[in-house]
Design a protein around this ligand. Sequence first.
Ligand code: HEM
Length: 419
Amino acid sequence: MSDDGAGHGAGQGDATDPFAVFDAFTGSGTVRDPYPTFAALRAQSPFFRGRLEQAFGLPEMPQIMTAKSGEYLVALSWEAVSQVLLDGETFSSAGYGESMGLVMGHSILEMDEPEHRTYRALVQQAFTLKAMERWERDLVAPIVHALIDRFADRRRADLVRELTFPFPIQVIAAMLGLPEDDLPEFHRRAVELISIAVDIERGFAASMALRDYFATILAERRREPKEDVISVLAHAELNGQRLTDEEVYAFLRLLLPAGAETTYRSSSNLLFGLLTHPEQMEALRADRSLMRGAIEEGLRWEAPLTGIARTATRDAVVDGVAIPEGAVVGVSLGAANRDPRRFADPDRFDIRRDARQHMAFAFGPHTCIGMHLARMETTVALNALLDRLPELRLDPEVDDVHVTGLGFRSPRALPVVFG
Ligand code: HEM
């Protein structure tokens, strides 16, 4: 379980490079392959009693939720994960308020019903099918192609640094209608916001700076709406209810980690799966009707965000295990996705399998709002790579390219050659 990385050589000292800063703060972690441990624990019980880092012999990490009772469990089976996520009344999301809420504000992530339902219906107005079609044509495709233009003639590239890392944040900035010149500053602040676990002051400073930045734009859009997400949020209405400015800021701050970090990692993971299974890459190149299945299988096989959490509001029994009121229940999306009771031969990457019921986007009331967007972004990026880079393969001169991390997983680099 060592992490020697595939080595892009970026150190923590390089404060001008968003990838280096991001990588240093979020840390790809030291766990290279958590799945054998998940499998061994799940074979004993659908829940692990304790905090996940204990199962991996790691030092204590900052928790995304704290148990007042001191009791921690982690749901590992597909059945346990789906039951916990489906029952938002017994398993509350409010505990996020003590961690992420500090920098993000009171966001949708930490809301329970009925507040969550109303808020979600309001923000969902920004994610319509029509908006998706416009984003695909006007934002995502041009951004992806412009990034590929920079390396298409070179015959080699690192697809993480040159494509999968930069493109989702550019898409979000464009969806929000931010001026292009603001992108570097926006990206830096977004990265610093996520760094809260290791640098509290920096995280808070970024949170305030983003609030001030969004305040100016929100005021403009309230006066004069445009076609972007901030304008939709500024004017969204449901039964006479509207979003307050603070609610809009909280949502916008959440979009950065929720929409950019996950999509960067999931598209990297799918590319890793295809590059290490060249026969499946070629099958997909030849038959794009396999794309949908490939994207779901990438998300199942290597979920970019492997765990979320809930707090038990009352005693409950889940998949045969008693959960005491007050316990924090970690929800291992990664373990559920490799549960052999749900997916046959779960460690095998197979774009032809039926992976639709995976848990990478969670389940129940908080199911990811951006899942259609994430799928569309990945489809555009992958189609562009397959169309433009013939004979795309891992660079044979670089050894040991691999996925790494415990909470978040992805390869640190994808060195490829083509053409
Ligand atoms: C592959 C990419 C993505 C993955 C794997 C992913 C995963 C998740 C997961 C697991 C949750 C549930 C969190 C919880 O309940 O504790 C979630 C919620 C959410 N995601 Fe995503 N996400 C992705 C992309 C996106 C994108 C592109 C956006 C928007 C631009 C987005 C916006 C959100 C929001 C707003 C929520 C909160 C929903 C709620 O609480 O009701 N996500 N996502």
